[in-house]
Design a protein around this ligand. Structure first.
Ligand code: XUL
Ligand code: CO
Length: 459
């Protein structure tokens, strides 16, 4: 990198850094001078025998971090981006990439994610768009080798251009479908060229605004065909990364066909795609679907289909996909508990990670806020990871759950599960044993146990 774009942020200190071992005083000083600092995340510190870096596998996203001017439906962009002249030139796109990789290095984030159109400007023709993308991919490849950063996943933006207003794969017109094929073919190839660990499909407009003008059955079939074609192409080019679908119920559409984990898994099963895709679960999408994030994770994990996580959070009661940075430590604890209980990313999805699909608030417009925001999210996940490990080490939760299902581990329960008992036999058994004692679910007790583990008692 020739030029420093974030000169005000020399580098983000972290508590394991030898220069900052005596973290308390140093952190206070850094906070005073408004320099961001890690208070909980220490990349090389071990939790459950593995460095935090490997547990959390953080990624920053290009679209919010580099391309989101922080406009909202009522107001102009506010973000200060001194490296960006606002033009669609390749020079400008190259400077942005430099700034982004400098940011990754200073913020100690090992991975990144992008859409084709955030990285390089769309041209007048497909060929021009591809040349633009090639130029930026070549630059990103050199930045990756200079910095050791890795691509978690790439994707194609099939929702911004007016041609996709009725959908991309699910458009009523073949023209949009064909353009989507061209974009996905290229985006997948460059993801592969950059060593991407995954490729994401988020169906932003793959749904409907009104059923009055929509043939839902036909559109779902189109989407399935498109995904089959994408799988065949991935195999043909030798891309062995994980293919991911990112469920979301709505926004911008009234209804999106991959609305939540269960609906998406049903869709994949119905169209013979189950073995080819895993899910990229996003917290704010879970919220919009009316689910807890841990519900979406549990559904995906139960189907051996958790692929990756878009780490953000919504705003209670607002109903928008506000994509806030995930600073809620209870939320991160629940997420990390689900992931650790499933064996960690290493076991459940070695190509997965925590991608900050998150944007700063419109009022947090200074470049240094990019650091404050990511550091806050990383620290919250470090807190969540350590808290989840403490909950697991404590063991009371796990013991309670296994005790709750104990009768299913006895001979009769095992035989029923194995399909060795008929309904008739079970009915006779019920008559023989009569009513059995029922145990309490003890939800409040369990919630108190978690508080007890998470928060130190006085004195
Ligand atoms: C939109 C969203 C996307 C996907 C990638 O809500 O989450 O940014 O993550 O297309
Ligand atoms: Co997302």
């Amino acid at each position: 990198m020739n030029q420093e774009h974030f000169s005000t942020v020399s580098h983000v200190q972290f508590i394991g850094d030898t220069a900052t071992q005596r973290a308390g005083a140093r952190c206070a000083e850094l906070t005073k001078s408004s320099q961001p600092a890690f208070h909980h995340y220490d990349a090389s510190a071990h939790v459950e025998g593995r460095p935090m870096r490997d547990h959390l596998r953080f990624a920053a996203c290009y679209w919010h971090t580099m391309r989101n001017g922080l406009a909202d439906p009522f107001g102009a962009p506010t973000a200060k981006t001194p490296w960006d002249d606002g033009s669609d030139s390749i020079d400008n796109a190259t400077r942005r990439a430099d700034a982004f990789f400098e940011f990754l290095a200073k913020c100690q984030i090992d991975r990144w994610c992008f859409h084709d159109r955030d990285l390089a400007p769309e041209g007048e023709t497909i060929a021009q768009s591809e040349r633009n993308l090639d130029a930026l991919v070549a630059h990103a490849a050199s930045l990756q080798s200079a910095t050791g950063k890795r691509l978690l996943w790439g994707t194609a933006n099939l929702f911004s251009h007016p041609r996709y207003m009725h959908g991309a794969a699910t458009s009523p017109q073949t023209g949009a479908f064909l353009h989507a094929c061209a974009q996905v073919r290229k985006a997948m190839e460059v993801t592969h060229a950059l060593g991407g660990e995954g490729y994401v499909f988020w169906g932003g407009r793959e749904g409907y605004d009104t059923l009055l003008n929509t043939d839902l059955a036909r559109e779902r079939e189109q989407l399935a065909r498109f995904l089959h074609m994408a799988v065949e192409h991935a195999r043909a080019i030798g891309f062995n990364g994980v293919l991911l679908i990112e469920p979301k119920p709505h926004e911008p559409t009234t209804h999106q066909y991959d609305s939540d984990s269960e609906a998406t898994l049903n869709f994949l099963r119905e169209f013979g795609l189950m073995g080819s895709f895993k899910l990229n679960i996003e917290t704010n999408h879970a919220t919009l679907a009316g689910h807890a994030m841990e519900h979406e994770l549990a559904v995906a994990i139960a189907a051996n289909s958790l692929g990756s996580v878009d780490a953000n959070m919504g705003t209670a009661g607002l109903g928008w996909d506000t994509d806030r940075f995930p600073t809620d430590a209870y939320l991160t604890t629940r997420i990390m508990l689900a992931i650790l209980n499933a064996g960690g990313f290493e076991q459940v999805s070695p190509h997965g990670g925590l991608n900050f699909d998150a944007k700063r608030r419109r009022e947090s417009f200074e470049p240094v806020d990019l650091f404050h925001a990511h550091v806050a999210g990383m620290d919250a996940f470090a807190i969540g990871l350590k808290a989840a490990a403490r909950i697991r080490a404590d063991g009371r939760l796990r013991e309670f759950v296994s005790a709750r299902y104990a009768s299913w581990e006895m001979t009769l329960g095992k035989e029923i599960r194995a399909g060795q008992r008929t309904l008739e036999q079970c009915a006779q058994e019920a008559q023989r044993i009569g009513e059995t004692p029922i145990a309490s679910g003890r939800q409040e007790m369990l919630e108190a146990i978690i508080n007890d583990i998470l928060f130190a008692r006085d004195g």
